[in-house]
Design a protein around this ligand. Structure first.
Ligand code: ZN
Length: 396
């Protein structure tokens, strides 16, 4: 049997080019895709699933497919293959001996790290991974002994460190209790998929306060319920939801992307506002009464802990603080690590595949289209940018 060879790089997603001209696109951020492409989507955050708007075959967990569909208006052209966690599968199209396993990444409902086994090598793409102590999902499952790990670096800087999640949760509950004592509603802006459901569960499990979901937080929260995550909430537009808000004892969860004050809160209905984001550990948010560093992403320490459990021979970092994380992995874990966008095609092949001849693709040139921002800007993001930090870091 001919041994298949491959290369990988990052351009509009994590791209694998195979010597039989097939392509595998993971978390593709484009719908302009060549026909011989198959895709895998790790989870249902919009910066990972654009490829699902195209008509190529896409593999994902059922939870990811459901969360994607609940965000979509109109029909989808997607051809979806739902897969279960921890069950090895082959792609429908001819990828020779490539085997794939989706492993829980502990980030949001259905989120997966993707393990590829090919030509006797194991490559794990972590995608976004969660930290410890989440209430709606278990912590990421590290798959040990891979050859190559491609790991996210959203909070891959030692400057971004969180308190333990339990402490942050306690701070949120105390802050909310004080606001409610003053007969004020509580409005918390959070990531609409992940942090929002964590907050609903937090208030459900530890208080008697009633939770209102506002706008586009409601549909994904319903998907969580469909997949047996027990959440109690009322939509802000429901009759019951409106009554609860009038009582002045509501916990209102809305998306961070929304404008700050929900339309139904007027001067007659008092409230206190907060934002939850991992970046609150480093930045202040003047438009909110409070901010808390609750995140669906692993903190710097949790990332290093995860990587040490995976025991890779080499690591590529992706998204966010990729340079700083690569440096920390090299220095603290003694594992060779570089940002994925710095990887030369030849270097990757040399280390990953024994086959000597493979055509260069455009990818390596295209990589340079996304230069890093100057180091100085990385250190001092403006407060204006802080409000859309998820987008801000994704663009790097
Ligand atoms: Zn994500």
């Amino acid at each position: 049997m001919n041994k298949i060879s491959y290369s990988f790089s990052y351009h509009n997603g994590l791209q694998f080019n195979f010597s039989n001209n097939k392509k595998l696109l993971i978390d593709g951020s484009t719908t302009k895709i060549s026909p011989k492409t198959t895709s895998i989507v790790s989870h249902a955050h919009s910066d990972h699933f654009s490829v699902m708007n195209s008509n190529i075959p896409t593999y994902a967990t059922q939870e990811t497919i459901d969360l994607y569909l609940c965000q979509k208006t109109g029909n989808t052209r997607g051809i979806f293959h739902p897969m279960r966690f921890n069950e090895k599968f082959e792609l429908e199209t001819d990828f020779d001996d490539l085997e794939v396993t989706l492993v829980s990444s502990g980030h949001i409902l259905g989120s997966a790290s993707i393990l590829l086994e090919l030509a006797g090598k194991k490559i794990l793409f972590s995608s976004d991974i969660g930290g410890k102590g989440l209430l709606t999902i278990k912590e990421p499952l590290a798959k040990p002994e891979v050859d190559t790990l491609i790991v996210e670096a959203t909070f891959g800087s030692p400057e971004i460190s969180f308190q333990p999640r339990e402490e942050i949760s306690m701070d949120i509950l105390k802050w909310a209790a004080n606001a409610i004592k003053e007969k004020r509603n509580v409005v918390i802006s959070a990531g609409r998929i992940g942090s929002a459901q964590e907050l609903i569960k937090l208030f459900n499990d530890f208080t008697n306060l009633r939770v209102i979901t506002h706008g586009d937080v409601s549909p994904p929260s319903e998907v969580y319920k469909k997949h047996d995550i027990n959440l109690e909430f009322k939509d802000s537009k429901s009759d019951e939801g409106r009554e609860i808000v009038k009582s002045g004892e509501a916990v209102i969860i809305q998306s961070r992307e929304r404008k700050i004050v929900p339309y139904f809160l007027s001067e007659h209905i008092k409230y206190r506002s907060a934002i939850v984001t991992g970046m609150a550990s480093r930045f202040s948010y003047k438009d909110f009464d409070a901010s808390f560093p609750l995140s669906s992403h692993a903190s710097f320490d949790e990332l290093l802990d995860y990587i040490s459990k995976v025991t890779p021979k080499k690591v590529f970092t992706l998204y966010g603080f990729e340079k700083k994380l690569a440096k920390a992995i090299s220095n603290e874990l003694q594992i060779p690590a570089i940002p994925l966008k710095d990887k030369s095609l030849e270097e990757g092949l040399e280390n990953l595949v024994e086959i000597p001849h493979l055509k260069k693709t455009q990818n390596i040139n295209l990589l340079t289209e996304k230069p890093l921002l100057p180091e100085e800007q990385q250190k001092k993001p403006s407060l204006q940018k802080d409000k859309t930090l998820d987008d801000f870091f994704r663009k790097r």
